[in-house]
Design a protein around this ligand. Sequence first.
Ligand SMILES: Nc1ncnc2c1ncn2[C@@H]1O[C@H](COP(=O)(O)OP(=O)(O)OP(=O)(O)O)[C@@H](O)[C@H]1O
Ligand code: NI
Length: 277
Amino acid sequence: MTAQLDAVLQVSGLRITARTPLGEKPLVHGVDLEIQPGRVVGLIGESGCGKSITSLSIMQLLDRKTTTIEGSIRLNGRELNGLRSESMRAIRGKEIALIMQNPMNAFSPVLTIGHQCIETIRTHTTLSKKQAYELAVSSLHDVNLPDPAAVMKQYPFQLSGGMLQRVMIATAVCLRPSVIIADEPTTALDVDNQLRVLRQLDRIRSAYGTSILLITHDLGVIAEMADEVAVMQSGRIVEQADVFRLFDHPQHEYTQRLLNARPAFLAHQPSKEFVPA
Ligand SMILES: Nc1ncnc2c1ncn2[C@@H]1O[C@H](COP(=O)(O)OP(=O)(O)OP(=O)(O)O)[C@@H](O)[C@H]1O
Ligand code: NI
């Protein structure tokens, strides 16, 4: 086990409550989750169980007027819950990045892709505008976007969902954060690009020791990518274990049910033979 290493990200006792006109509604109540350096933790669980809202709360992106976050979210030993917005802005993107489930939400509709990428890079680095431009273009190239220079000049609405997703991935990885949260990073992509994006994430992880929280409904992706898996049900993490142990000996009844719903081709040992090109 990796108990001797300090967790990069440690979430404990996380509770998220929404304030609605009808009263308080608990959305997440009891999330404990930790990621060691350079590890990929898969987060699975049925639709609506609270995966996306957990990742938004880690990033401190939930509206504080309508939601309350209780518990502790430690990134490299520093408490994020309740941090002032400016301090959080300096961390977000630089130390921890989120690839959002819905890429449209990640961009301003009125600014070009280039403007937004360059601004993100320059907020966190001392690069000149030209250097930031070059870094953005080469990152877009890495996620296989054809004609990155043209993409830089376009507005979000001019790109398909899949293209925007790849722009978001490029922006998320280019500053080498210590943690990347990838919320369904491949759902908007065709099979070739799914593989390319997963390889890109895996390459980043091996090259820079980046930790990844990978949210997906695809157990094949979990089998290929994850070292550990956390299983979420109705706002709680019910089990977190090594991927082999979880697939072979799921402890929780809900995990057993999730795994039994997987396609037959996954019914044997998860292969760890996925070799990034
Ligand atoms: N701002 C909000 N206010 C109130 N309820 C919310 C808010 N955001 C999300 N919810 C609710 O919280 C629950 C969890 O939603 P969430 O998007 O985190 O699920 P998920 O596990 O990511 O699902 P999926 O797999 O479909 O993406 C849902 O019932 C959703 O309707
Ligand atoms: Ni979600």
